[in-house]
Ligand binder design. Sequence first.
Ligand SMILES: NC(=O)c1ccc[n+]([C@@H]2O[C@H](COP(=O)([O-])OP(=O)(O)OC[C@H]3O[C@@H](n4cnc5c(N)ncnc54)[C@H](OP(=O)(O)O)[C@@H]3O)[C@@H](O)[C@H]2O)c1
Length: 329
Amino acid sequence: MSASASSSPSSTPTLTNPPTLPLRNGMQHPVIGFGTYKVGFIPASASAAVAGTQDHVERTAQECVQDALQVGYRFLECAEFYGNEEQVGKAIAASGIPRNELFLCSKVWTTTIEQGPVAISAQLDKTLSDLGTDYIDLYLIHWPVPGKHVEAYKTLETLQEQGKIKGIGVSNYAWEDYLELKEAGVSQLPCVNQIEINPFLYRKNTIQKFQDDGVVLQSYRSLRDGKAFDHPTLKEIASAKNKTPAQILGRWCVQKGFVYVPKSVKKERMEENAQVFDFELSGDDMDRLDSLTSPEAIETFVGLYRKCVNRDTSKDGTLEGVKMNITED
Ligand SMILES: NC(=O)c1ccc[n+]([C@@H]2O[C@H](COP(=O)([O-])OP(=O)(O)OC[C@H]3O[C@@H](n4cnc5c(N)ncnc54)[C@H](OP(=O)(O)O)[C@@H]3O)[C@@H](O)[C@H]2O)c1
């Protein structure tokens, strides 16, 4: 486990009692959670990317999240965009788990960010109502919408004063987006930045800058969306450790000190993915995994960033306002 993570000294880390990472506002963030993207529902603007994989929607989000809670996940990673928060709320209600044992994170989508403060406030109320709670542990700006994200961030600060949000964070922020927030003089800097991090997209420079500035990194696509399990290095390390490739990717993530939010709609995989606290990767294994990011992967990342900051806004498909010189690696 990373030096900065902690767990109750008297107990082995488990899903219901995982290690935590301290956030700049004094909160403790569980290092493992359950990702709910494409759980029970595929958003319209994401459907083209998953054509032919409709098995994702065979089970409802309520069923999947009930399984995740039964398996022991207590941190649920949600979003307006995922279109399933009402179902997630039903699963929470059915579980009977007290609110203070859960850690709930959600994100406001680009369309709402573009609409401005009134829409953002209304969306947060909807998310709270859908999830069946009167506060969210973390609320994030999903993408740094050009010309709009700073105002949206300030709106979250106001909503936090009303007690609806415990911690504020961002997602998909380049270092330069974060600097924009800083220069705008926000009253508190983000607790977290949620970005893709895995050995196949390990942007060391960006990660270092955020960590040095006190921002905890939530890794998304920690499992590389299930598309890299056949990589020979990963298979070799997994076989030597008698673990699965998914468990190696999960262990790499928590051992680096990133928050890990694997997603699966299958209960056995939810169990498998969570078993990352009973072994360690050696320095050599970590180095080998650290070296798997190719220049092409960085290029793809930059393309996605440019496309997605305006996605589902009136500027969709254009580069209007998009930062063309971000820290890429
Ligand atoms: N902020 C953002 O913009 C953003 C973007 C993407 C994701 N996220 C968040 O991060 C979470 C995780 O990312 P992700 O869902 O994109 O990708 P991921 O967790 O890296 O991978 C999910 C994929 O891997 C498969 N999988 C999971 N465990 C497996 C296992 N043990 N063996 C084989 N296949 C396995 C899943 O299939 P099955 O479901 O069929 O098992 C699914 O297709 C999301 O759910 C979401 O909460 C945030």
